[in-house]
Design a protein around this ligand. Sequence first.
Ligand code: CP3
Length: 358
Amino acid sequence: MTDTTMTIADTAVELQNELLLKALRLETLDRPPVWMMRQAGRYLPEYMALRRKYDFFTRVQTPELACEITLQPIDIIGVDAAILFSDILVVPQAMGLEVNMEEGRGPWLPSPVQDASDLKRLHAEEAAEKLSYVYDAIRLTRRALNGRVPLIGFAGAPFTLLCYMVDGGGSKTFSKTMAFCETFPDVAQQLLRSITSVTIDYLIAQAHAGADVIQVFDSWSGLLDEQAYSQLSHPWLAMIAEAVAPHAPVILFPKGSNHALPLLSQTQGVSAIGIDWTLDPAQARQLTGGRVALQGNFNPQWLHHSPAQIRQEVTAMIDAFGTRGYIANLGHGITPDVPVDHARAFVNAVKEYSHAEK
Ligand code: CP3
């Protein structure tokens, strides 16, 4: 079968759960769709079993394994959307940077970008083509889902990827990155431009392979003040949203950048914005003026509360956001120490919302 026939065959399967797509179209629903950032991950014993057998990039690069891990939270927790098991760092890797994942410690890039000369080591052309294993995983997962729930594809935002590419790993302050952007503003712009062009091709290819929705994770944009944000983050997100939106609805997750909500909600091609738990839902609605759907923002730490308490907190959260253009989610990823029952309590509380006392 050629790629084209597979795409046509896949789209022919009718989606049985359209809640996420309806919320993205700003429809009012009886209850919101629910999924959890990092829902395919270490809190699931079934994930841990595969993690013992295969290393991180083997899991990411083997479509059958990525597909199996993507389906786990659908079968075990019952979320309304699947998000492909992959990582934002596959893009720098495809551009030619070595990326290691140290289990339990996080990513480590031994030869980070330090100055203009390092840009020569990076290859933007063909990087999106090298990620064909991701498109294969999407096609396989799409077939395995058989229309049960929509599939979310994703990428890291250019600024967040730059943070890892320059700092060489995770950090609380990304101080090497901040110094790099100040010392070499032109090199930073050049690097962001090249990441953006790869990301656009990559996300459009994900949509063509069958991703129903695209999310862009700007996990570190909270490091930037408004002025820096307007140079290092927003222009690139705007280019991506505009280019990708004709192919699939786009959700942005600008973690920690509450000041950017008015601007992002007026950016062409943005269907939804994910917010973290530091912002009050009413304030988020006010800042975004009903122009986009909102996603979030349950404090991931609250998943340690009792299931009864989680249910109450979820009900209050949905009351505060309202059921028009709203996607229930966490304010950041679920942590490995959360009991599976508590994750299920969160999801069930959303699903039972219409029956909840109001
Ligand atoms: O959400 C999902 O379930 C889909 C899969 C997914 C992963 N990473 C798998 C993963 C997604 C959407 C990501 C995105 C990602 N990766 C982000 C943005 C989201 C966020 O949390 O802010 C970032 C910053 C990364 C980079 C990254 N990958 C880090 C910092 C780490 C180590 C920290 C951690 O959570 O372990 C990873 C590893 C990683 N990516 C794991 C998973 C399931 C854990 C790997 C393991 O030890 O098994």
